[in-house]
Design a protein around this ligand. Structure first.
Ligand code: ZN
Length: 278
C-alpha cells in the first residue's frame, strides 16, 4: 500500500498543477526518522526553482512531476506516504513542500507517517535508466496478454507472487493481486508455466477492470485509515473488495467461504470454488 489506484488518484489530485511555476522546494523540519530526499535541499531547490511543471505522470507506484527543464521530481509513497494539496492528517509527519505559482494549486505536500517513502530529483536520462522497461515492466493499466506471457510465461513462480514483481508488470501490489485473480478465476497457487493462453487473456482483462474500477473509487483506505487522496479524503474501493481481507466471509460470486493463505510472507485471499487449481 499504496498501489497503482491510490498513486494514480494522487497524480490526478495534483493534475491542475500542470503549467504552474515552481517557487520553492523545501524539506520540512520533522522530528521523526528522516525520509530520503535527494539531492540535498540546497541543490534540489536550485535545480527546480523557476521551472514550469510540464506534465504529471506515474511510474508504477510513483508520482512523477515533469519540469520543462527535463528534470523529474519522483515521489514514491511506499507504505504510508501521501501527496496532498490541503492540510495533512498530522503536522508532525509532514516531510516536504513544493510551492507553486500561476495556477490553482499553491503547494504540493508530501506527508509520510512511517517515513519509508522518498522524494528524488532525476534528469531525463537518469529517469529513463531507473524506470525504463528493463527496470520497470509495462504499466498494469496498459499491459497486454502478450506482454504478460512474454514476461512471466516461463517463470517457475506461482502467479500471485509473480504479479507483485514490478519488473514484470508495474503497479500491482498485494491487495489488488488477490482481487485481480478472483475476477480472472485463476487460483493464486497456479504456476506461471501452467497458465493457458485463455488464462493470460482473462488475467489481462481482470487487471484492467479491477484497477480502472479502483481508480474510479479513488483507491482503498484500509482499517488503519492511512491512505487519503490529495484532498485528505478516504478512498472508497475498500467497500467493493471481493476477497481481500475477507477470510471466512462469503464469496460475492458463489457464496463459498473465502480462504486466506500465505505466499512469500504475504497474505493471499481467494475463493476455492471460483478459482480452481486445475
Ligand atoms: Zn466464489
Amino acid at each position: 500500500m499504496p498501489e497503482l489506484p491510490e498513486v494514480e488518484t494522487m497524480r490526478r489530485g495534483i493534475l491542475a498543477a500542470v503549467g504552474s511555476r515552481v517557487v520553492d522546494a523545501a524539506k520540512i523540519r520533522c522530528s521523526r526518522k528522516p525520509i530520503d530526499i535527494s539531492p540535498a535541499p540546497a541543490k534540489f531547490r536550485h535545480r527546480v526553482r523557476g521551472a514550469t511543471i510540464s506534465a504529471l505522470a506515474r511510474a508504477g507506484k510513483r508520482v512523477v512531476i515533469w519540469l520543462d527543464t527535463d528534470d523529474a521530481i519522483v515521489i514514491e509513497p511506499r507504505m504510508t506516504g501521501l501527496v496532498l494539496v490541503v492540510d495533512p492528517p498530522t503536522q508532525a509527519h509532514l516531510r516536504w513542500r513544493l510551492s507553486l505559482t500561476g495556477g490553482p494549486i499553491d503547494e504540493v505536500l508530501y506527508w509520510d507517517r512511517r517515513g519509508l517513502g522518498n522524494v528524488r530529483l532525476f534528469s531525463r536520462e537518469e529517469f529513463c535508466e531507473r524506470f525504463g522497461l528493463e527496470k520497470l515492466g509495462p504499466d498494469a493499466l496498459e499491459i497486454t496478454a502478450d506482454d504478460f506471457r512474454t514476461r512471466l510465461g516461463s517463470s517457475r513462480r506461482e502467479i500471485k507472487p509473480a504479479l507483485l514483481d514490478q519488473k514484470a508488470v508495474a503497479g500491482i501490489g498485494n491487495l489488488y493481486a488477490s482481487e485481480i485473480l478472483h475476477v480472472a478465476g485463476i487460483h493464486p497457487l497456479r504456476k506461471c508455466t501452467a497458465m493457458t493462453t485463455r488464462q493470460w487473456q482473462a488475467l489481462t482483462a481482470a487487471t484492467h477492470m479491477v484497477l480502472e474500477e479502483a481508480v474510479r473509487y479513488e483507491g482503498s483506505t484500509l482499517g488503519d485509515g492511512t491512505y487519503r487522496n490529495a484532498l485528505n479524503e478516504q478512498g472508497s474501493y475498500q467497500n467493493k473488495h471481493r476477497v481481500y481481507n475477507r477470510a471466512d466471509q462469503a464469496c460475492p460470486r458463489c457464496s463459498a467461504k473465502i480462504k486466506r493463505i500465505v505466499q512469500t510472507q504475504r497474505s493471499t485471499y481467494f475463493c476455492g470454488k471460483c478459482q480452481r487449481r486445475t
